[in-house]
Design a protein around this ligand. Structure first.
Ligand code: PA5
Length: 446
């Protein structure tokens, strides 16, 4: 099987001195991660997860997915942040771009998402769509107490039970949560829903290769064994510190650029199917590294679309950015530009060429222009947009995130800053137990 490749040639000459100086810290970070001697080491359950995932777990998840696929035209995945982005990233990378507009095919339910926002119209419109439809729910929350998914789940569970009856609904709800704690665990145990466990030592944003990501991906009809196999191969490839280790190279290069004043990393794709992969990546790096007033700001663009909105800034704005380009070697479909007799649009010079050839030249031309404009470029090539390559890429970014956080000097596995908005929201909404915070915040907004 082909491996993803990384090329840092056009980033290195921007920060070679810093890159060389980071050789020892990178080895140290790799070693601390492997030995579990760094900060947050009780959250390293993801590190050997791919190679340790049992055939039985894959078979169980596939059996649950088969049951939902058989019974449902729609499966709603309820979750937010790390409990949703990984599944959405993989499913949208592998799906037909227009699958939403086709009627559901037998055994191929459409995957819908809820609990990732608190949009009143979004939820009302989702419920309207599901009226009288055959649907199931996969509800995912590690803590089991997150407000956004709790609201969505209350609404949709109610709707499902009204539509099919409480007994039938039981077989159409699957909960993925902590083994023992949280409201969702209590409800699942009381109601007798099937459950999967999010391991204690795997944080949300590192959980895509647990049932959190695997069950929704299997419900969408994709091969989770291949996804895990790709990740396991990258686990092996990146196991030992070495200047050639792709994980070490990426983590070291981005820290070298950061030290050179490049404070923003833009993940660039040239395939619209990777849009949600970037959303997953932004959460992974943003929540892991943005601490103690440090950390590269993770941004993303979809090209060539955003060349017509953000292209000017990237080419010519403040020189505090670098790019990491995700390039897919070959699209699965051969589609070409047609000849046109009148050629009034002047594009007959492209006739007969694959659309991907035009895209690849756009990519190369953009990379050259941006590098010449002072934007360092890291280039990552995926052999194909399939389960195996995505599995490799997921593990690559997860491990590089741990290594990079350690090089930066932060604990990449906690997220204390996420609690602040929740405390204010609960205080403003008058949640029981938040009486003092309510009084404090009311005095600020008077
Ligand atoms: O990565 C994280 O830890 C977070 O993004 C969580 O996944 C997110 O806040 C959802 O939390 P929970 O799964 O507890 O509902």
């Amino acid at each position: 099987m082909k491996s993803i490749e990384i090329n840092i040639e056009h980033a290195l000459y921007f920060a070679e001195k810093q890159y060389n100086a980071l050789e020892a810290p990178a080895v140290e970070a790799m070693t601390a991660l492997e030995k579990g001697t760094g900060e947050g080491a009780d959250f390293l359950g993801w590190l050997h997860l791919p190679s340790e995932t049992s055939d039985k777990l894959i078979a169980d998840i596939n059996a649950t997915a088969a049951r939902l696929r058989e019974a449902c035209d729609y499966v709603v995945c309820i979750g937010i942040g790390g409990s949703y982005l990984g599944a959405r990233a993989v499913i949208s990378a592998l799906s037909d771009s227009f699958s939403d507009f086709y009627a559901p095919a037998p055994k191929n339910p459409k995957i819908l998402y809820a609990g990732q926002n608190i949009g009143e119209e979004y939820l009302a419109e989702l419920q309207k769509l599901l009226e009288g439809k055959k649907f199931g729910i996969v509800v995912i929350s590690k803590s089991g107490t997150t407000t956004e998914p709790a609201i969505a789940f209350r609404l949709l569970r109610d709707q499902l039970e009204k539509q099919v009856g409480k007994d039938a609904a039981k077989n159409l709800i699957v909960a993925i949560t902590d083994a023992k704690k949280g409201a969702l665990r209590t409800m699942a145990d009381q109601e007798g829903w099937e459950t999967y466990v999010i391991p204690d030592n795997v944080g949300g944003r590192f959980s895509v290769l647990t049932p959190v990501g695997l069950l929704p991906i299997a419900c969408a009809g994709y091969d989770i064994a291949k996804l895990v196999a790709g990740a396991a191969d990258m686990e092996r490839t990146s196991a030992h510190p070495s200047p050639e280790n792709p994980v070490e190279v990426y983590a070291r290069m981005r820290n070298a650029l950061y030290q050179d004043g490049k404070k923003i990393e833009i993940l660039v794709n040239f395939d619209p199917k990777l849009h949600y992969f970037s959303e997953w990546w932004k959460q992974l790096y943003g929540e892991s590294e943005g601490k103690n007033h440090k950390g590269i700001f993770p941004a993303s663009v979809d090209l060539t679309t955003d060349l017509h909105s953000m292209g000017q800034w990237i080419q010519d704005g403040e020189r505090t950015i670098f790019e990491t380009v995700l390039s897919v070697k070959k699209p699965a479909i051969d589609h070409r530009v047609p000849e046109n007799a009148s050629n009034l649009d002047g594009i007959n010079y492209l006739a007969g060429k694959r659309i991907d050839e035009v895209n690849k030249m756009a990519e190369l031309g953009t990379r050259i222009a941006h590098v010449e404009g002072g934007v360092p470029n890291i280039h990552i090539t995926l052999p194909a947009l399939d389960e195996y390559s995505l599995g490799q890429l997921i593990y690559f970014f997860e491990k590089a995130c741990g290594v990079s956080g350690y090089i930066l000097g932060v604990n990449p596995f906690n997220q204390p800053g996420v609690e602040d908005y929740k405390r204010n929201m609960f205080a403003l909404l008058g949640k029981p137990g938040y009486e003092k915070e309510t009084a404090d915040i009311q005095s600020k907004i008077k």
